[in-house]
Design a protein. Structure first.
Length: 343
């Protein structure tokens, strides 16, 4: 008996095409925004987002700090929408990330940031949305319609748009080349769906997700998707933090997935993965440098800053199948809806 393909599965499989569509159609907007940022010469940037979009912002925080040395601070939307406060953001850049561009608190904070002196850049899949209307520049994600509640291709296209903006600002040809090669790399990644992780989860109801640097943002997104689509209690930790208390609840067979990029943090993350595995956990790591943990095949993209994007694509392919195996429809998670409009 064949199992009907879920909408989430169809959208995950479309990710390479969605990224290619962004690369084909988004260059002018990216270039204009990058020129504006370069002219601004910000000493710092801020981000405004929630949920999966906030994980994109965390990814961009690390990328900006590693690539440009420019810090990005996440600011709470409620500062503007609930507390009605103003922030002094003169000379900064505000990155607002929202797939729908409709959430009132995100829109209000982006509007306040612009009024406070920030150059406002919105990344959204709805270029005519309220968020776009309060921005100086709007980066259309070109992801196409996303119907499944769990964001997948909009997350990936947000991350690609953001790292592309940074690459153009920096004038980094190596990073530009890796971004241009993403459709082919992600075609490989989407077919690299880690069946060994699915098998190990079994009837387990809890899991740890680990990352470090840019891959920590991917760990955050992975933990959210385990909760949304599989009803698995997942917690995300930096590999630098997991041994400072959280490891105490690890017992025999406790599942852990460690998401490592091919960067300077890989050795440290692999070492922690092995240490947790030695305590009895069932640890999987996207690194060939582990000894006690199980190495997962990882699609590399030719640049450390784009590797995390391939990791989340493989993860999405895996988690959708995990949900289906548990008899859960990932397209309609309980208690959730596609657009959450918070105040």
């Amino acid at each position: 008996m064949s199992i009907p393909q879920t909408q989430m599965r169809r959208e995950v499989l479309e990710i390479p095409l969605a990224v290619d569509r962004l690369l084909q159609n988004g260059e002018d907007a990216i270039s204009r925004a990058a020129d504006a940022v370069r002219t601004r010469k910000p000493a710092f940037m801020v981000s405004v987002a929630r949920g999966s979009s906030d994980h994109v912002a965390t990814y961009l925080k690390y990328c900006s700090e590693l690539l440009m040395g420019t810090p990005i601070a996440s600011i709470g939307p409620s500062v503007a929408s609930i507390y009605n406060r103003k922030l002094a953001l003169d000379g900064s850049v505000c990155l607002s990330v929202s797939q729908s561009g409709k959430s009132p608190d995100i829109v209000q904070m982006a509007k306040m940031a612009r009024a406070g002196g920030a150059l406002s850049i919105a990344m959204t899949n709805q270029p005519d949305s309220p968020l776009a209307q309060v921005a100086d520049h709007t980066l259309d994600l070109h992801a196409g319609p996303e119907l499944s509640v769990a964001a997948t291709k909009t997350f990936v296209n947000s991350a690609v748009a953001g790292i592309w903006l940074l690459a153009e600002w920096a004038g980094d040809d190596a990073l530009r080349s890796a971004i241009r090669g993403l459709p082919d790399a992600l075609e490989k990644a989407v077919n690299n769906d880690w069946p060994q992780v699915r098998a190990a989860l079994g009837g387990r109801s809890s899991i740890y997700c680990l990352g470090r640097g840019p891959s920590y943002a991917i760990s955050n997104e992975a933990a959210l998707k385990f909760k949304e689509t599989c009803q698995i209690h997942a917690e995300s930790y930096s590999s630098a933090e997991v041994l400072h208390g959280p490891v105490s609840i690890v017992d025999g067979g406790f599942p852990v997935i460690a998401l490592a990029s091919n960067d300077q943090a890989e050795d440290a993350l692999a070492s922690v993965a092995d240490e947790v595995a030695a305590k009895g956990a069932n640890v999987f790591a996207t690194s060939s440098k582990v000894r006690d943990a199980t190495a997962l095949p990882a699609t590399r993209t030719g640049h450390a800053l784009t590797d995390p994007i391939a990791l989340i694509v493989s993860f999405y392919a895996m988690v959708e199948q995990t949900a289906a195996a548990r008899g859960i429809n990932p397209d309609a998670p309980r208690h959730l809806k596609k657009v959450t409009e918070t105040v």
